[in-house]
Design a protein around this ligand. Sequence first.
Ligand code: S3P
Length: 434
Amino acid sequence: MDIKILKAKENIHKEIKGLPGDKSIAHRSLIIGCIPKGTYNIYNFPKGDDCIVTLNNMEKLGVKVSYEDEYNLKVISPGIEGFKKDAGILNCDNSGTTVRLLLGLLCAANIRAILIGDESLSKRPMERILEPLQLMGGTFQCSDGKLPINTTKLSNLESIEYSMTVSSAQVKSALLIAAIVAKRNIVVKETLSTRDHTEIMMKYLGADIKCEEKSITLEKSNLCSKDMFIPGDISSAAFIIGLCLLSKESSITLKDVLLNPSRRKFIDILKAMGADINIYITETRSGELVGDIKAKSSNLKGIEIESESTPSIIDEIPLLSVLAAFSEGTTIIKSVDELKVKESNRVDGIINNLKRCGIQAHYDNGDLFIKGGNSYINKNISIESQKDHRIAMAFAVLSIRNLKNTNINHWEYTNISFPNSIKFFSEFLNMVES
Ligand code: S3P
């Protein structure tokens, strides 16, 4: 489905509630939540495609999930010992988090399965997960470090101490999940910190886990079942914030959004770019900080974003690149190579689409350069989303500064992470399906 974006709206002053639940926490609420035997509820579970993929696969493993109402799930888990030992084919479709976290769980629980995915996921690197799991004693069959992967564990996993070679929350989480399932100790050392939802959730469910700067120590622990609440997805909120910043004379308050420090780094970066944006933490729910974000239309300036920040803004780089185009001066985003192995090659997606809009951008030696100073675009543009949800949404944000029409192909992929995205984007944009 293509989407055509016509003239932007101006002067928007809104309180926005009901953002879909955070995707990263949603995956974990099922994969980690189901390790102990028991019944629990998950509140505000999002209907995004990736999260439904996780839900379907957990059902295939023997977990019973029912909708209590539209966004609230009741989960009955037989516990990891009660999972099916031969799960057959588990289709992870487009979801990197599903496949990588499941790999940790399956190999530690001695479950045979064949993990497959769509065209995009089948091209993404899995060696980064297989290598440390193999060090723990896991065995797999796959060719070229890519899907399909057969889990064929034959021996018990061992405790390890592992220094991460890529900064990835998915790798870290797979290892922590493998250790907790196999009832082993693990120390995971990070060079750069990544999102810490797995650690927070394990602690919330009773694990003996210690998080020091860049080092996580998990001692052999039992988890218990507990209800979980999923706050609004801050990475989805980011796009609505972007629209507001580029819009004329507008202000928004986004309610009940995840404000975990390992996910809100892009807000600090926006502030450094001159954005009028503030966060208000209101509570802690299921171990996670939750609150409101207020933003106003702003004049932005370009900055240099250091490599240390990359893992914490990894999902927001497409959006930040678009905002950089309308900022004063050049923006440099350092060490963006991980973006090449996301749902699509996002470095190409950012540069090629910016160029289609007449904006100068290039990649050099790991870094991304975007020349700002643009106020408005005045031409009909066709954006190639590359079937990538975040590229599609970042360029929908750009369209607010296009005086003519913007066409974006494969908008349906936004449902991967942001179900019902049109409702939220339509606060600022006039959009029609085409
Ligand atoms: C995620 C981690 C990140 C992120 C992805 C979700 C997670 O991936 O890009 O959208 O939930 O752990 P990497 O761990 O590969 O950086």
